[in-house]
Design a protein around this ligand. Structure first.
Ligand code: AMP
Length: 449
């Protein structure tokens, strides 16, 4: 199927050609026809699947016919969990709507000055992209007239639920005319989302796209065992000196850590800046613009701030701290490998991360391969790869987790459970605890439980 078959307005098709898209993605193929005939939809689709265009193209198509209601208020309302995602949606609207006659897109985001927003809202608006909290403020002050509203889009609804915005979303849905069409996009369609959908959508068509596994196929996931913060810092410095790394996002657990790490990296000579929710909007936008234009190589960010970033130049994502939730892991690593390019996601894990790591691997259905960098090996004894196998029947082939890497001189070497080994034939023995170990290597960390 091509875009021509989707019955979109020719001026929208022209903008699609300019974007370089040749075929619609699966979510676009399935969602666009349903949206164009006026159905509500509930779609499970993550960032990276082309979901923004899946709702923005038919939304723009709807704007090619004049509104049946006289007024200046928005005809399309898109709610997003974060400011970054809202800005990206606004950019998509401008990009795909550039040949349409004066489509006015307004973003209403938390952290931005009210006077400017008041002014923007007093003028005609076609597409309003907003974060729920700030929009509620304006609705309560009577600044928005929703009489023209035809479509409500809930983007990353699961995230809005996680972030506690769903009450605001429901209040907003009550403030708009009942006749609108609703499109709900969510990475996961669990029972909590189903309940929201039952309240806000009318006989929705359900669209389910890629599984987590399929979506991550072009991203190589690596694991480095770490001992302590100083080990992490040395590893990170090493990884960032790799010439293959064009741009990276490094994730930390806290805003403070993001600031500290960005400062340390800058002191080490890396081009690094922090991005987190405590920064004012202007600084956040400035940092993101630098990243987008390739003028910033390393962004050190927290989860909330990095959500929705879509920059093809990001070759690496580094989890300096492993995320608490498996969903966040998927979102984080999805910042690389954009638009089908290859990406590398590196995670640092210490002993206390092992439960979390298992949770992530269960969620993605993918076992993350451990890597070692010569001279930066971990003292931490890597996890067993045999949690699901019997200790009584050791099977070397099943228990090894071999990966291949290149050392600093470009020589290829293999590692087993994260430990470098020379590639000679070797025999295995058991120690007095029944752990299997390799005779040819005196490294104590090569034992395999
Ligand atoms: P999204 O899932 O909306 O975050 O989009 C992910 C990326 O895919 C963005 O960089 C889009 O520009 C790109 N994209 C969207 N639709 C297509 C398409 N049909 N063909 C190629 N790239 C696309």
């Amino acid at each position: 199927m091509s875009f021509e078959n989707l019955n979109l307005h020719p001026l929208i098709l022209k903008a699609i050609v300019d974007s370089g898209y040749t075929t619609p993605t699966p979510i676009q193929k399935q969602a666009i026809p349903e949206i164009l005939v006026g159905h509500d939809i509930i779609a499970s689709a993550q960032t990276g699947t082309g979901k923004t265009a899946a709702f923005m193209l038919p939304a723009l198509h709807l704007l090619t016919a004049p509104s049946k209601v006289h007024g200046r208020g928005p005809r399309i309302l898109v709610l997003t969990p974060t400011r970054e995602l809202a800005l990206q949606v606004s950019e998509a609207a401008a990009k795909y709507g550039k040949y349409l006659n004066r489509v006015k897109v307004v973003s209403i985001l938390g952290g931005m000055p009210y006077p400017l927003q008041n002014k923007l809202l007093s003028q005609p608006v076609d597409i309003l992209v907003a974060t729920p909290g700030r929009l509620i403020d304006h609705i309560q002050r009577g600044r928005i007239n929703f009489l023209r509203l035809e479509m409500l889009v809930l983007d990353e609804a699961d995230r809005m639920l996680d972030m506690g915005f769903i009450d605001d979303v429901e209040k907003i849905a009550l403030a708009i005319p009942a006749t609108h069409q609703t499109l709900l996009f969510s990475a996961t369609l669990d029972s909590a989302i189903a309940k929201v959908a039952a309240r806000l959508l009318k006989s929705p068509k359900r669209i389910q796209i890629a599984t987590q596994q399929a979506r991550l196929e072009n991203i190589e996931q690596r694991l480095h065992y770490v001992d302590d913060i100083s080990h992490k810092n040395r590893l990170l410095d090493h990884l960032l000196r790799d010439m293959e790394l064009k741009q990276a996002i490094v994730f930390t657990a806290t805003k403070r850590d993001a600031d500290t790490l960005a400062d340390n990296l800058s002191a080490q000579g890396h081009e690094a800046s922090a991005l987190h929710g405590d920064m004012n909007q202007r600084d956040r936008i400035r940092t993101l613009t630098k990243l987008r234009h390739g003028r910033l190589r390393v962004l050190v960010a927290t989860d909330v701030a990095a959500r929705g970033i879509d920059i093809v130049g990001i070759t690496h994502v580094i989890n300096f701290d492993l995320p608490k939730s498996a969903e966040d892991y998927v979102h984080r690593i999805g910042r690389t490998g954009r638009a089908g390019t290859p990406g590398i996601a590196v995670s640092f894990a210490s002993g206390k991360d092992s439960a979390n790591l298992k949770k992530i691997e269960r969620f993605t259905g993918h076992r993350i391969t451990s890597h070692v960098i010569p001279g930066l090996e971990s003292r931490y004894k890597p996890r067993s790869d045999t949690s699901d196998t019997s200790r009584d029947r050791p099977s070397i082939s099943r228990k090894r987790n071999r990966s291949w890497s290149n050392d600093s001189e470009g020589r290829s070497f293999s590692s087993v459970n994260g430990n470098r080994c020379n590639n000679r034939s070797r025999s295995f023995s058991r120690d007095n605890k029944g752990n299997l170990f390799r005779n040819s290597n005196s490294n104590p960390y090569t034992s395999i439980k």
